[in-house]
Design a protein around this ligand. Structure first.
Ligand SMILES: [Fe+2]
Length: 294
């Protein structure tokens, strides 16, 4: 004996219900929830946009091109999340409790953090003597959310040169130039010398570049210094500080320049500039992210 079958309805709500039902046996509860929410939003998106079959095909080809443009040296999917503001949204949302308590805003790690950056003593210069550009002195403190200084925290920094290139993109720079790894002293202090960084374009030779051009957007990031701070008993803080005088300071192509991360580099009275930063860390599990390049 066969069970009577009901012909599926042509109603979009019935289709959505059937697709959601197909997800119900997903074993991993978090995956089940994420896929369920994704299905609901995708269906709502297609209806709100009155998406045509040709437009769906175009969009799927775009996603395929994102994958084809990715490889060991480039992750076009990360760039897509960046230029749509999704990466910044997820980071700020994840840090929302710390931000409400005065924590430092996180920002993208980006593709240029390297494993085994040189260990340096506080006060040391991360720029080789042949690096051109105005001098920059950075002083900082690493603090817990309640203001307690954190001694022995690892502070990694990396930046582009005044030409807007990281050393691994630029044959004229020495290996590991403008990179360093510092340890905070008993009062949570660290310091280093460098040169003033310049802004730079995101890679625009792939499908993300096509999208940016279609949107009539520029491709520039404002000048910034990257930081990654690791302290026991605290969440890892990845962030960037931006030069508020950069022409794109308030128009970052990846939307990372937010809140207190925009800073005016002050005149140091010696022909250079200086920057002081407090890095306020949220207590929690220390999970060091995967390093994008060796
Ligand atoms: Fe960067």
């Amino acid at each position: 004996m066969t069970t009577a079958q009901t012909t599926p309805s042509t109603d979009p709500q019935a289709l959505l219900a059937a697709v959601l039902k197909s997800n119900e046996k997903t074993g991993n509860p978090r995956l089940k929830k994420i896929v369920e929410i994704g299905i609901r939003h995708l269906h709502a998106f297609a209806l709100e946009a009155d998406l045509t079959p040709a437009e769906l095909e175009y969009g799927l080809d775009f996603l395929a091109a994102i994958g084809q443009a990715s490889g060991p040296k480039k992750h076009e999917g990360i760039l897509l999340a960046d230029i749509l503001g999704l990466a910044t949204l997820v980071q700020l949302h994840d840090a929302r409790h710390a931000l409400a308590a005065g924590g430092t805003e996180p920002a993208l790690i980006g593709p240029f953090w390297r494993a085994n950056q040189p260990e340096r003593k506080n006060g040391e210069c991360i720029a080789t003597p042949d690096t051109p550009g105005p001098r920059l002195t950075v002083t900082g403190r690493v603090l817990s959310l309640d203001g307690t200084p954190i001694a022995g925290a690892r502070v990694e920094t990396w930046q582009a040169s005044p030409k807007g290139l990281y050393e691994n993109q630029d044959e004229s720079q020495q290996r590991m130039n403008l990179r360093g790894k510092f340890v905070t002293d008993a009062e949570g202090n660290f310091s280093f010398e460098s040169v003033r960084p310049a802004g730079y374009p995101v890679p625009a030779d792939g499908p993300c570049g096509d999208l940016l051009r279609a949107q009539n957007r520029h491709i520039m990031r404002p000048a910034h210094l990257h930081f990654l701070v690791v302290a026991p008993g605290h969440k890892v803080l990845a962030t960037q500080f931006f030069d508020a005088e950069d022409p794109h300071a308030y128009d970052d192509v990846v939307f990372g320049a937010v809140g207190s991360l925009l800073r005016t580099f002050e005149d140091d009275g010696k022909g250079g500039v200086k920057l002081h930063i407090d890095l306020r860390m949220e207590p929690g599990e220390t999970r060091v992210p995967k390093c994008p390049i060796p």
